[in-house]
Design a protein around this ligand. Sequence first.
Ligand code: ADP
Ligand code: MG
Ligand code: MG
Length: 370
Amino acid sequence: GMVSNRQKDEAIANFRFEGVLIDERPYGSGHINDTFLLTFDISGMGLLRVILQRMNKEIFTQPEELMENVLGVTSYLRKKIIENGGDPERETLNIIRTVANRPYYVDSQGDYWRCYKFIDGATSYDQVEKPDDFYQSAVSFGNFQRLLADYPAETLHETIKGFHDTKARFEVFKKAVEADVCGRAASVQKEIDFVLAHEDVANVFGDMLAAGELPLRVTHNDTKLNNIMIDDKTGKGICVIDLDTVMPGLAMNDFGDSIRFGASTGAEDEIDLSKVSCDMELFDLYAKGYIEGCGGKLTKKEIELMPMGAKVMTFECGMRFLTDYLEGDHYFKIHREHHNLDRCRTQFKLVEDMEAKWDIMQEIIRKYNV
Ligand code: ADP
Ligand code: MG
Ligand code: MG
């Protein structure tokens, strides 16, 4: 339900803040958590801003594990940033603890709250307005990968189990076709055949991981533009935020998901498929930024597999839309009839386009794999 003033006041009273609270308001355009901006007046020292969030416990059912991830990653980042002569107050999230010295507060209704220092002089943008925004996000997510390259990824909790287990999602898809609870399977035979013909795409990373050919990485898993802060003065990406979905995973999947939604020329639910393709200039730009940001920390093989990451993530996403369509649209919110089918079709159109441009994508990546 909604956050009541009473619930919020209880949370605020339980964090270790300095100064007098002079303003509080809902903040940002995130869709997952309830985010507030608090402003404190610290006598003689000006104003101090803080981000307060009620965490979404419907989506994240293990908030303690989630916060263990966030604490582990942010404290590690802080150390690395200081070592590199950066500004740890602006280049990573910083948790503000509770009066009981805990990294989160559980209120009397059982909801979880956390606080971060506000990152000053930077903005999180909802829309890519110019190609450089996309490039900056690539550099930032690459930097994130570089700084965390030696973090023991296997110690992180999987905040959403099997999130990019494409193989398992393929099995779920097949069950949905068999069950056909809405009687929709016959009308989407073409899309079903597309999935079945791409079983190898569903398996490729799982098989390589099992064979020990790929390193497990700290992945972000929500690499949208509005999850990085861009410095208002320099225009450079300075900080990756929104660490709820940080998990052990594959670098190619973070890269690939960014391409899936960021390099598409059409909206995710575009009906006119002639408008949907994978823009090779944007692909090039993001690859350049990401690989630069990673600063040599990725293996040659990981870089080589980046086009595959784009294809796997796009295929997986389309398959999930189709699964949800077959199951009666209970996972992805729909705003019109057949919405999930439309979404599925844009993703499969993108996969086909990537297949057609496969050599170009390989060539682009080769330029940066030095
Ligand atoms: P959600 O999962 O709901 O997207 P986020 O953690 O991304 O939640 O927070 C929502 C928004 O709040 C962000 O897009 C950003 O605008 C703002 N925000 C979050 N943390 C900070 C911070 N430490 N400093 C400044 N702004 C922040
Ligand atoms: Mg966010
Ligand atoms: Mg989020």
